[in-house]
Design a protein around this ligand. Structure first.
Ligand code: AMP
Length: 502
């Protein structure tokens, strides 16, 4: 009798007194304590009538209890869908209804707003608060858990909804094998062991914090310093106790802004990892100059888990996302799915045990993006260099076509970022009466720098072909970003939609 994911991630630590979580107040939770909590949540899910394959939706604050609910769901064979805490009740309504969830777990503070949502979706509602209180937490204390549900490698473990920057978000179906195979590969290539301590300040409703960070730590037996969110003071306080940190690029830029980031502070760190959004080559270099560490950048997405990584030993190349992970096949294709010659830019497709099972209840969408031969069309544009390193140049939907020419925003952004006084930039296309689309550059100046439109354009005229040069330049104090640090180009496209309107 086995439960594929449960046995590998949690079963192996059963009864162990070793530390699993180190909490912000310095207190510790052992694997045995966590396992007992998870087992009670499994019992509470069963007592609430959920059977293997049923869905539970959770919109919970990051906490040991949230993690224990997830571990309990894995144990009970219940498919879990973790939801971004920023989602509004209307958005939660879509997910609960779409997934056919039988139960919605939320924070006590949002119960009033979410109760009608659950009722309309035919789901029960109960609460789990970050401090371990709440109606479902109490039910868990009374629960009598049964044995772990039998679940095979191909059974669904989770529905992870895409962040949905275009159109409705889609439920990515993740099997036990998808999650476990990827965590095994990552724990191995990143050399995680029980001597590591992972500083965890990412959200756990997203693939990065949940499936990459947490599953790797569980597999390797590495304790996690489990912080509710990225708070620069807290991170600086805990860095000396950690050996590794996984972060989005904004973690690194915010730490670089703080004078307390020194070589001494991170003397005990073995590995800094970045992903979920592009890490500027400049950030990579600044980090190395300040700390002596070369950040290891990797690339993945909700639907595929992780696809590529720079090497742990070997050359970590700034601006690239490294090499395909063991077991992952990656190719760069034209619009028809034919592979383009090495070095040319096209759409990245990947295949491997990491690639999801398709979109929940969306067979047409699945067929559009997941080929019959198992290759998933990522929608990311990139190229592979002579040594096999992959560079992402942007999302396919961000490609700008102006006067019939393709402009890859990243190329223009890199040229702009290299100009003195520029902190960062985002390049988008806006409808243009003559060219179809015109290139728009949104630029964030460095503190104290004064930049002007004409000077920027004059500087770029020497480095970029005319059709790639921005036809409009705007300055902003910051770029709009989502919680994972991704620049929200849809927001910018909306803002600048009429900039070329005649
Ligand atoms: P999500 O499904 O929210 O994890 O978003 C996945 C998308 O984030 C990918 O398809 C990429 O466009 C982007 N992404 C993730 N990691 C990187 C990276 N290291 N560099 C550039 N883009 C990245």
């Amino acid at each position: 009798m086995a439960n594929h994911l449960h046995d590998a991630l949690f079963g192996r630590h059963e009864g162990s007194g070793a530390t699993f979580l180190i909490l912000p107040d310095g207190s510790r939770l052992s694997h045995a304590d966590f396992g007992a909590l998870a087992m009670r949540y499994a019992g509470a899910l069963e007592a609430a009538g959920l059977r293997p394959g049923d869905r539970v939706a959770l919109q919970l604050e990051k906490s040991p209890d949230m993690l224990a609910v997830i571990a309990g769901a894995v144990r009970a064979g219940v498919v879990f869908l973790p939801l971004n805490t920023a989602y509004t009740p209307a958005e939660v309504s879509y997910f609960v209804t779409d997934a056919g969830a039988k139960l919605l777990l939320c924070d006590g503070r949002s119960e009033g707003a979410l109760a009608p949502v659950a009722r309309a979706a035919g789901a029960a509602i109960a609460t789990v608060n970050a401090d371990g209180s709440g109606s479902f937490a109490e039910a868990a204390q009374r629960a009598v858990p049964g044995p772990a549900a039998v679940r095979g490698a191909d059974d669904l473990a989770a529905l992870l909804y895409t962040s949905g920057t275009t159109g409705r978000s889609k439920g990515g179906m993740m099997s036990h094998r998808n999650l476990l195979s990827n965590a095994e590969v990552l724990a191995n290539v990143w050399r995680f062991t029980d001597r590591d301590v992972l500083l965890h300040a990412l959200p756990i409703f997203h693939t990065h914090g949940l499936f990459v960070a947490t599953n790797v730590a569980l597999l390797a037996g590495s304790p996690m310093i489990f912080l509710p969110k990225f708070d620069v003071d807290q991170v600086i306080r805990f860095l000396p106790q950690a050996t590794a940190m996984m972060g989005v690029p904004t973690f690194y830029t915010r730490l670089l802004d703080d004078p307390r980031l020194t070589r001494d502070l991170v003397a005990g760190i073995r590995l800094f990892i970045s992903g979920s959004a592009p890490l500027l080559a400049d950030t990579h270099r600044q980090w190395q100059a300040r700390t002596g560490h070369r950040i290891l950048e990797r690339y993945g997405m909700t639907e595929t888990n992780m696809n590529t990584s720079n090497p742990c030993e070997g050359d970590r190349r700034a601006g690239t996302v490294g090499l395909p992970l063991p077991g992952v096949e990656l190719k760069v294709c034209d619009g028809t799915g034919r592979e383009v010659p090495r070095g040319e830019t096209g759409t990245i497709e990947v295949r491997g045990p990491n690639v999801f099972q398709g979109y929940w209840k969306m067979p047409e969408k699945t067929a559009e993006e997941l080929r019959a031969d198992g290759f998933f069309i990522t929608g990311d544009l990139g190229f592979v260099d002579a040594d096999g390193y992959v560079t992402i140049v942007g999302r396919g939907k961000d490609l700008i076509i102006t006067g019939g020419f393709n402009v890859y925003p990243k190329e223009v952004e890199l040229a702009i970022d290299a100009l003195p006084g520029v902190l960062e930039s985002a390049v988008i296309g806006a409808p243009h009466p003559d060219f179809g689309e015109g290139v728009v550059a949104v630029i964030v100046p460095e503190a104290g720098a004064s930049l002007d439109d004409a000077a920027i354009r004059a500087s770029l005229s020497g480095t970029l072909a005319k059709f790639k040069q921005p036809k409009a330049v705007a300055f902003r104090a910051a770029l709009p970003r989502n919680t994972m640090g991704k620049v929200q180009k849809t927001v910018l496209r909306e803002e600048f939609r009429d900039i070329f309107a005649s």
